[in-house]
Ligand binder design. Structure first.
Ligand SMILES: Nc1ncnc2c1ncn2[C@@H]1O[C@H](COP(=O)(O)OP(=O)(O)OP(=O)(O)O)[C@@H](O)[C@H]1O
Length: 271
């Protein structure tokens, strides 16, 4: 079996420009990204560079213009059924209770209702939401909704977890609590994680490896850093570690110019 859970090989994604349909825009070019089984990899890059595009390619939601995707060594066709996703936006269905939201994926998979309920309740307990199963999403705080979404994703026991800035809407303290919870759950099950974030501190604190993308167009990896900080980690405490500071400086040296380029492009687009 392949060592890699997910391989994005020589991926290029070209879109019709949103502003002028006769123009084409190459968001991502010739990008190769491999994630080992059990590895936690973060991808950082300037705003609008193509991070979500790569994640969508890995999820099988977006077909690249060229390149190959492999899942545990097999070429991916259609949706990546070994992967679970957690996006920035809320994925909970507002008309379903929290427990029903967690159960729904299992029910779609044909798990009998009683089993789905037992597993759903166990997942709610694992993410600290015991007793909240009958609440509706609007009756939960932002952090609780993220916990419910996490339970919904992990209940399906995916071998690969794709996360696109899942905690960016949360306040700093809640965010750190959630990051620690994700690390604990990950340490127990050791799934492959592809984590997209704007936040370099978050990327370093969580990951085994951080990949830096260039500013667009034709975004591609321009740096890769192994994060040799010991585990288990507390995301707040690890930030004071001398090695964390050293890694942050090294990665920021690569990322800084790209962030400035990305920012200039956003200003140009807005003008
Ligand atoms: N379906 C599409 N059609 C046209 N252009 C697109 C499409 N999807 C993405 N793009 C463009 O591709 C580029 C990369 O977008 P993407 O959302 O992947 O960036 P990102 O790094 O995730 O952004 P952010 O950091 O703001 O979340 C952007 O310029 C975006 O406008």
């Amino acid at each position: 079996m392949s060592d890699y859970a997910l391989e994005l090989l020589d991926i290029t994604c070209t879109f019709r420009s949103k502003d002028d349909l006769s123009q084409r825009y190459t968001a991502v070019a010739d990008t190769t990204l491999r994630i080992r089984a059990g590895e936690f990899v973060s991808v950082v890059g300037p705003t609008g560079c193509g991070k979500s595009t790569l994640l969508n390619v890995g999820a099988g939601l977006l077909e690249p213009s060229s390149g190959t995707i492999k899942v545990f060594g097999e070429s991916l066709v259609g949706i990546n059924r070994r992967a679970g996703y957690m996006f920035q936006s809320e994925a909970l269905m507002p008309w379903r209770s929290t427990l029903d939201n967690v159960m729904v994926g299992l029910q779609y998979r044909g798990v009998p209702d009683a089993d789905a309920r037992t597993q759903g309740e166990a997942w709610l307990a694992r993410v600290g939401l015991s007793g909240f199963g009958d609440r509706y999403p609007h009756q939960l705080s932002g952090g609780m909704r993220k916990r419910a979404a996490l339970a919904q994703t992990l209940a399906l026991d995916p071998d690969i977890i794709l996360m696109d800035e899942p905690f960016s809407a949360l306040d700093v303290q809640t965010r750190q609590l959630m990051e620690n919870e994700v690390l604990e759950l990950w340490a127990a099950k050791k799934k492959a994680v592809l984590f997209i974030t704007h936040d370099l501190d978050e990327a370093i604190a969580m990951s085994d490896r951080v990949v830096v993308l260039s500013a667009g167009p034709a975004t591609h990896p321009i740096g890769e850093f192994s994060i040799d900080l010991p585990r288990p980690r507390d995301v707040a405490e690890v930030r004071t570690d001398a090695r964390f500071v050293e890694l942050h400086t090294q990665i920021w040296n690569v990322l800084r110019d790209e962030v400035l380029k990305g920012y200039a492009q956003q200003l140009k687009k807005a003008a």
